[in-house]
Every structure is written in C-alpha cells, then in structure tokens.
Design a protein around this ligand. Structure first.
Ligand code: C2E
Ligand code: CA
Ligand code: CA
Length: 586
C-alpha cells in the first residue's frame, strides 16, 4: 500500500500565489523585526569573522554605545574597544566553543559604573554567532545582599559566626607562616540587667553602640565579630603577642566601661575578656575558640571587667566544674545541703546577739565542699535562687529554738536581689517559721548595689518596711563603699576579716577598722568585726569601739543542735573572765 503513495508533481506557483507568498513573508519579517527590537535582551548576530551582521536597539543601550558603532561590518574587537570600562569577570567565564563546533558559552562583564552584563553566545555550524546580552546588575546585587546577610549580624552589621570561622581559617594559614594571632572572646557584664530593665529595643541600641566602640578600638588588620547575644570576639593578627592583645583588651575594657547614652537612659556595663594565642592554645578555629572561651569563663569568675589568658590547666578545671554543677542541681533535693551557725557576740557584754547561717555541702564522694567553691557556681547557674530560698526558710525555722534576743543572719546573694520574688520568699520563710521579722538580719555585699542600684534600694526599703534588718557584709573589700552607705541606712556594717586579721600588727589595717567604726558610730550603724581569732585582736577591736565580734575565738560555725548550748557558754565564759578564755570556747 505504501508503495502506491505518490507526491503530487511540483508545479511552478502562479503569479497571484507568488504575490500572496511575498506579502506573507513581508508581514512575517516585519513581525520578527519588531519582536527582535522589542525583546528585553540585547541581540547580536556576527558572521564567521566576528563581524557584526545584525543587532537590536537594546544592544546599544546595554553597552552604553551609539547605534552607529554597532553598524554591520564592525568587528567584535572594535566594538568592545569602544565600550568603556568593560572587564571580563574572570570567575564567571566559560570557554568559547571551538570554531567549527556548535555550542553555547556564557560570559559576564563588569562595567566601570558597577553594572554586570551577561552574554550568552551560541556558535552555529558555519562559525557565525548569535548572542543574547542582559544587564544582570540587580540580580547580582540581590545575590550579594543575600551573601552579606548570611555572613553578617543584621543588628550591628558585624561579621557573624559563619564569617568568623572562615576568617579564623585564613588567619591560621598566615599564622603557620609565622605571623602571630590572638583570639579575644568577650562577654558583656550586666547586659542582661539593662535588657531586663529597659526592654529589648534599648538592649538592641546598646548592642549597636557596643559594636561601634569595638570597631573604634580595633586597628586595621583586627577582625571584629558578633558571636551572638552579648558575646563578641576580635582576632588580632600579625603583631607582638601577648603584648598587643593585652593592650587591645585593656582598650576594649576601658571603652566599654564608659557610660552609654541610650536615648534618655544612661547605662553602665562592662566587658570580660578571655584570650587565646595561636598556635600554643590551639591550632584549629574550634580549639582556639574553646581555649579563649575557657579563659573568658575565668575572667568572669575573677570579677567583672577583667582579662585572662588561657592556661593549660583550665580545661580540666572546667570539666570538674561541669561535674560539680551537675551534682549541685541534685544537692538540695537529696538533702546534701545543711546550715552551720556562727555566733555574733556583743563586744561589751559578751552576750550572743545573733547567729550567722553558713551554708554547707556534704558531697557524697568529694566530702565537704566549702561555700567559696560552690556558691559562685550556684550564682552563675541561677541555682542560688532555690537554694537561697531554702536557706532563708531553714534559718528562720532554726532560729525559733533560740532565745528571743538572738537574731539569725542570712547571707543573700546579689543574684537573689535581681528578683522581686525575694520579698515573697522572705515573707514565706518568716510566716512558715512564725519568726518575728526583727529577728532576721539579711547580709548583702556591695555587688548587690553594683548591679541595678534602683531596684536593689527598692527591695531593701521594702525589706526594712517589713521589719527585717540589713547588714553590709565584707565591708572594705569592694569599690565605692561610702556612697552605698549614704544611699541606704544599713543596720550594720561587717568589717571584712582581712582587716581584722592584720589589726594587731599593721597600723593601716587598724586605721581602717577605726575609720569604719567611727563611720558606724556617726551613722548610727552597728559594727561587727569578722574573723576575730585571738585575744590580742579582740582587745584592739574593743578599743576601736566595734559593737559586735564574730570569729573562731568564740566559736567556729557549728551544727544547729549545738547552738543553744554555745550561746549560753559564750556568755558564761565572758562573765566569768570579763575577758575571754579561748581554751573554754567550743
Ligand atoms: P561570709 O559571709 O563573710 O562568712 C564568714 C566566713 O568567714 C565563713 O566562711 C566563716 O566560716 C569564716 N570565718 C568566721 N570566723 C572566722 C575566723 O575567725 N577566721 C577565719 N579564717 N574565718 C572565719 P564560710 O562558711 O566558708 O563562708 C564563706 C562565704 O560563703 C561567706 O562569707 C558567704 O559569703 C558565703 N556563704 C555562706 N553561706 C551562704 C549562704 O547561705 N548564701 C550565700 N549567698 N552565701 C553564703
Ligand atoms: Ca556573711
Ligand atoms: Ca563577711
């Protein structure tokens, strides 16, 4: 059947047919021209010798050329020669298909005026080319923006963690070539307080200003990053270490200790800095950052506004701390915490007027852990909040067993003073025990006043209104002690035991004791000398008119069941000797 199929014989078109065909072609040609002129791309057709055959209007616009340059016959080279500032973007070039082979090639040009032009060239079998030209500036800008945001913190504009790792890699390579490198990790002091007090918008303003000051402290090759939250870092490269990083850290601490003006609010913060040096403290980004972080942790523990260099033992110590932290979480529930009590004695009469509650941790495997080791840990982790509430409740209950005139003194940490709930905890402790508020004395240190003084004063005033007494502990060891004494009428000042320790041998220590006692007398505050261990010390302390004494001379901190007896015996000894006999004190 297929064999029988025949094409119709070709016949010459007639005259009218030819006219129609011509009209159709003319119409099609006009439409094609219009489409080519109006298409959004530039279009060029070149012959096998790279001479212009045809181009559209957009081509001239895109390259910023007059249409005369693009006249048929002009070569590609001569045209590009007239294009001002076009430079091939090397990273985005594909090789041109060989002459004689068919293929597509993409090229990108960067213009002097910042524009990017993409050219897609198709080579045909006869060697001629058809190229589409497109201005892709906006697309490239968008991509650049996305890339920037991926590597920068939107709030401060500083490079972020991702950028930091690459930079650290780069610097470590240089470091391998003998250039020195220091990594400074920073954590703002008291940022959280500002954020809580003034709100997040003000906190953000503060972070932006911090970033500006960090940039201001950095020198040309230093690299500043925001690691997140209130943590920042600076990499310092190519300078003498540890001298340069020490001086940079000092500049940073000084710059961030200056008050910040946050649009009406003034905030005072600070910064702690941990420093690691490559390659000694780590030869990879992770290792270096970890070392700097451990050093930072130490800096914070040592007090605000300090710097610490990494030391090899820090890692092991950090692990021990982490283990201890885990144990401390369970300590309260498992009954491992208890209170010891130390009497406070009237310097004139020898009567016990109060008893200080001191926290003890009987660890199941490590034995007794002293409070100086676990209280800072409890403060950092916030565990001091439930532990402190328990101390208050337990101390008030225990005090119910003592004579009416004996008060109980409870240490309350600065962390507890950041929460209004402290007032409820004190009220609950007093009510549950049935203890009169005037028998509770709260001991605070200057750090309470140093965080948010307004809130601290507010809480202190409310405690006072409840009838609770307030003592300023460890006096003389902090900073601007006198201004705190003016801001609140403390019931008592406790002279730090470092002064009492030297009071006999060191005239300056004695002068300080005398000055504080004089201050107390004129401000109407009782004065307790802490850490009295010898009769000689007691003599001097009494001569300097301290009103109360506390120390091993009378009693070490003892378990609660011994306290009633100790209260009696201290008074008895005093009356008997009208001095004190250390042999007979418990
Ligand atoms: P602190 O409040 O200054 O307590 C007095 C410290 O001096 C106690 O140490 C006490 O045992 C010691 N001490 C008393 N008399 C003498 C003496 O004559 N010579 C010597 N060398 N030391 C004496 P402790 O019990 O180790 O407590 C250390 C610190 O731990 C306390 O210092 C206090 O700041 C903190 N702390 C203790 N219990 C608590 C608590 O329940 N809550 C809070 N937040 N802190 C507590
Ligand atoms: Ca105390
Ligand atoms: Ca003290």
């Amino acid at each position: 059947m297929a064999d029988s199929f025949q094409l119709p014989p070709a016949s010459e078109p007639s005259e009218p047919q030819r006219t129609l065909e011509l009209e159709r072609l003319t119409r099609e040609n006009a439409m094609l021209r219009l489409a080519v002129q109006e298409m959004p791309h530039g279009l060029s057709v070149m012959d096998g010798e790279d001479r212009m055959v045809f181009s559209n209007r957009h081509l001239a616009e895109i390259w910023g050329l007059s249409e005369s340059v693009l006249q048929p016959g002009n070569t590609f080279q001569s045209i590009m020669g007239l294009t001002r500032g076009a430079e091939a973007e090397q990273s985005r070039q594909q090789p041109m298909p060989e002459k004689g082979s068919v293929g597509v090639r993409r090229r990108e040009w960067l213009m002097d005026d910042g524009r990017s032009i993409e050219v897609m060239v198709t080579r045909l079998a006869d060697g001629s080319t058809i190229a589409l030209h497109e201005d892709i500036t906006e697309q490239r800008q968008r991509q650049a923006q996305i890339a920037f945001h991926a590597r920068h913190d939107p709030l401060t504009g500083l490079p972020n963690r991702l950028a930091m790792r690459d930079e650290l890699h780069r610097q470590l390579v240089r470091n391998a070539r003998g250039e020195e490198l220091a990594v400074l990790c920073m954590d703002l002091d008291r940022f959280k307080a500002v954020n809580d007090m003034f709100g997040h918008a003000v906190g953000d303003t503060l972070l932006t200003q911090v970033a500006d000051r960090l940039r201001g402290c950095a020198r040309g090759t230093d690299f500043v990053v925001r690691l997140g939250g209130d943590e920042f870092a600076v990499f310092q490269c190519g300078t003498q270490q540890p001298v340069s990083s020490t001086s940079l850290a000092r500049r940073l601490i000084a710059a961030l200790s200056e008050p910040f003006d946050l649009g009406g609010q003034v905030a005072q913060i600070g910064v702690s800095i941990g420093i690691a040096l490559a390659p000694f403290d780590g030869d990879s980004p992770d290792a270096l950052l970890k070392s700097a972080d451990l050093a930072l942790y130490r800096a914070k523990a040592a007090g605000r506004g300090t710097l610490r260099f990494f030391e090899p033992g820090m890692d092991a110590q950090a692990q021990t701390r982490r283990a201890l932290e885990g144990d401390l979480r369970g300590a309260l529930a498992q009954g491992q915490l208890h209170l010891a009590y130390q009497p406070q004695v009237d310097a004139k009469t020898g009567r016990v007027t109060g008893v200080e509650a001191l926290l003890r941790w009987a660890h199941p495997t490590r034995g007794n852990i002293p409070p100086v080791e676990f209280i800072p840990l409890a403060e950092e982790t916030g565990l001091i909040v439930p532990i402190g509430a328990w101390v208050l409740a337990q101390a008030c209950r225990d005090a119910m067993q003592w004579p009416e005139h004996v008060r109980v003194a409870v240490n309350v940490s600065a962390v507890q003073f950041t929460r209004r709930a402290l007032l409820n905890e004190v009220t609950a402790a007093l009510e549950d025990a049935g203890l009169n508020a005037s028998r509770l004395e709260i001991e605070i240190t200057e750090s309470v006043m140093m965080q948010d003084q307004k809130q601290a004063l507010c809480l202190l005033t409310e405690l006072r209104a409840m009838g609770v007494r307030v003592a300023m502990d460890d006096f003389g060891t902090g900073y601007s002690s006198l201004s705190y004494l003016r801001s609140f009428a403390f019931d008592r000042i406790k002279i730090d035991r470092s002064f009492v320790h030297d009071v006999v041998s060191n005239p300056e220590a004695r002068a300080i004791v005398r000055a504080i006692a004089g201050l107390g007398a004129s401000l109407g505050m009782a004065i307790t000398a802490e850490g009295v261990e010898t009769l000689d010390q007691l003599d001097v302390i009494r001569a300097e008119n301290c009103t109360e004494v506390q120390g091993f001379l009378f009693s070490k901190p003892r378990p609660v069941h011994e306290i009633v007896e100790i209260i009696d015996s201290i008074h008895l000894n005093f009356s008997k000797n009208n001095g004190l006999d250390p042999e007979q004190t418990p």
